[in-house]
Design a protein around this ligand. Sequence first.
Ligand code: URA
Length: 486
Amino acid sequence: MRQLMICLLVIYMVSVSSVCIASTGLHKENKGADWGGTDYMPEEKQFRMVDIIGKKRDGASLSKGEIQYFIDGCVDGSIPDYQTSALLMAIYFQGMEDRELADFTMAMAHSGEMIDLSPIKGVKVDKHSTGGVGDKTTMAVAPIVASCDVKIAKMSGRGLGHTGGTVDKLESIPGYRTVLDKDEFFNQVNEIGASVIGQSGNLAPADKKLYALRDVTGSVPSIPLIASSIMSKKLAAGADCILLDVKCGSGAFMKNVADAVTLAEKMVTIGEHNGKRTMAYVTNMNMPLGQNIGNALEVKEVVDVLNGKGPEDLTKECEELSATLLMMAGKGRHSECLAMVKEVIKNGQAMNKFKEMVQAQGGDVSVFDDLDGFTKAAVCYEVKADRDGYIASMDTEAIGIASTMLGAGRETMESVIDPTAGITICKKTGDKVHVGDVLAVFHTSREELLSPAVKRYLEALTYSQQTPGQSKLVYAVVDKNGVKKL
Ligand code: URA
């Protein structure tokens, strides 16, 4: 009897411990398989922000519960800015592992409205640039893909720091409305195939708060913070396919190719794990894209691209991105999609689509018939070379700042943009110049803004006596299968 009792006790203990082992194993397994994270968190668990900051400062990963507590407190204002900023700086230094980054991104996306694009028929695509100088590709890509029967319902941002924003550029067209109500937005995309508007007020409000603090506390150029900031908005915006243009170089947040590729990989992983077909291009921002920086000037250059007369780098990038979006939407192989893109530019459909989109949003399309009048600024000033040589490099961030100084961007939150202000670049990296050649034409409404901007521009250029090597337009393409370096 005694032996039987001992035997039953042993069986009981073994079975209890194996249940414990199995459940621990299951918990771990779930954590790996479920991208959203499954940390067990008792309802009553109380977090302290100071502990969360300390944990990240020391390099540990935050749990899903801790992340949710932080994001909720950020949005409802219960966490003070100094603690939020401290955590952001800890993340800047310690980074985030993949599960943690996915939880952080999803918590940010769900902090506001998750837009349901299902009233729009068919596959919906979206594109996003991480921010550059002279990057006007969205305005060309939207009508190009729409002319190839792929829908693009795009929410864009305003200029940030030295980088321009699509919304500011489109608003240089008199009457163009960047605020549409949801039904109007959906109807326009159903009817015309494209709409580009400003970001809805309630899209990822956590990002709005975090971005504003990062901007003034030195934590903008952090790979996990940029990845979560961009992808939270993209996931909330509801498209099926997301194409990211990760800018790399002196005019971008990512200054080197390795960091830009890592950022691209992180964003592609986040998108794919959330059921979105996601790809990323890593492109050159060591010089401005195209020849014009500034709002009306960039609209003019987009019209040139759509009329088949745009600068080579900009045209190529717009064609590449458009073809890739068509491919992602299932329109065919990349080469077939590229042929479709070139055809709609050649036969005028893409330009007509741009007009249709602008008109539908209240914009005055007659400006496209008089582009010189549309872009004419009160003051135009030629900046001339003071030496002979080849342009060896352009500090593109400084050039973006020079354009802002002319009135094309905001110096403060209250600044009013001058739509005709900006820079037309006549000589870029690799070009040979002689003393007296025009390097750039500055456009502004206020003559007194010229002198500091010219100084900034000239300091941004370096020269050499030999021709620098040809620079690449695209460094790499990233998809769920990995990185293809070009
Ligand atoms: N663009 C964003 O939306 N967020 C960043 O963090 C950087 C660029």
